[in-house]
Design a protein around this ligand. Structure first.
Ligand code: ADP
Length: 240
């Protein structure tokens, strides 16, 4: 991968036919492998979204986790994944946007999800699930979409992976050196701004207009004229 020389994401790719979850596998080996190691599986039998929600991962999609060892745990690492997916999809002629905090959508449907998990001071696992050639779950018809469905022809998975690794490297570098530049791009690519959204935080539900994504990664919500900062965490966002 010419463009990837000298940088670390994808320095080593562990390819598995099947695994429960690439994030779980990555967490088990994280301490023993160099930063940038990628775990890639053809299928996940127990792919997860946040809060243990199921992520459907049949063969044909890109199911992977990157082991990162940043100086400190930073919730904004999720945006390294989201921006890399956005840039990759753009190269394939699609018009993706970030649905804060951790999904990528195209044409009103979810095409990718990002899940970061880690252990403070040790590692962060950046999990990415991207629907490429796989069928999307029938129960999510209308909510989920794949590259195949949008482009009309199957894509070489390794080519998509190569572009994704390239963009992950680029954005990880920006994150480390100029995080505010990365956040400017996140703001530009976030399609929810200006829209009324519902934020679900455990037992708490907030409805307001999404105004901005701040440099710390939080979402600024206007609730009847009162501004409130929503921290990235285990919150879900729905359109209202
Ligand atoms: P959210 O934040 O939208 O609640 P998560 O990030 O927790 O979602 O991801 C899990 C959810 O994503 C599932 O509950 C399901 O609705 C959806 N989902 C599961 N598999 C896929 C898939 N392959 N493509 C798109 N969406 C999916």
């Amino acid at each position: 991968m010419g463009e990837g020389r000298g940088i670390s994401v994808g320095i080593r790719v562990i390819r598995l036919d099947e695994v429960d979850s690439t994030n779980d596998y990555a967490k088990k080996i994280a301490r023993k492998v160099p930063e940038g190691t990628v775990v890639l599986a053809k299928r996940q039998t127990a792919g997860r979204g946040r809060k243990g929600r199921r992520w459907e991962s049949p063969e044909g999609g890109l199911w992977m986790s990157v082991i990162l060892k940043p100086q400190r745990v930073d919730p904004r690492l999720v945006f390294v994944g989201a921006l890399a997916v956005v840039d990759t999809l753009s190269e394939f002629g699609l018009s993706p946007g970030i649905k804060w905090p951790n999904d990528v959508w195209v044409a009103g449907r979810k095409i990718a999800g990002i899940l970061t998990e880690g252990r403070a001071g040790e590692y962060t696992v950046l999990g990415i699930g991207l629907n490429v050639n796989n069928p999307t779950p029938p129960e999510l018809q209308g909510d989920a979409v794949s590259m195949l469905e949008l482009i009309g022809t199957p894509l070489p998975l390794d080519r998509v992976l190569e572009r994704l690794l390239f963009h992950l490297n680029a954005w990880y570098k920006v994150f480390k050196e100029r995080p505010e530049l990365m956040m400017a791009k996140v703001r530009e690519r976030t399609f929810i701004l200006g829209r009324t959204v519902k934020i679900i935080q455990d037992y708490n539900v907030l409805i307001g207009r999404a105004v901005d994504v701040l440099d710390d990664g939080s979402l600024l919500l206007d609730i009847d004229g009162q501004l409130r900062r929503i921290l990235y965490g285990d919150v879900s966002l729905r359109f209202f």
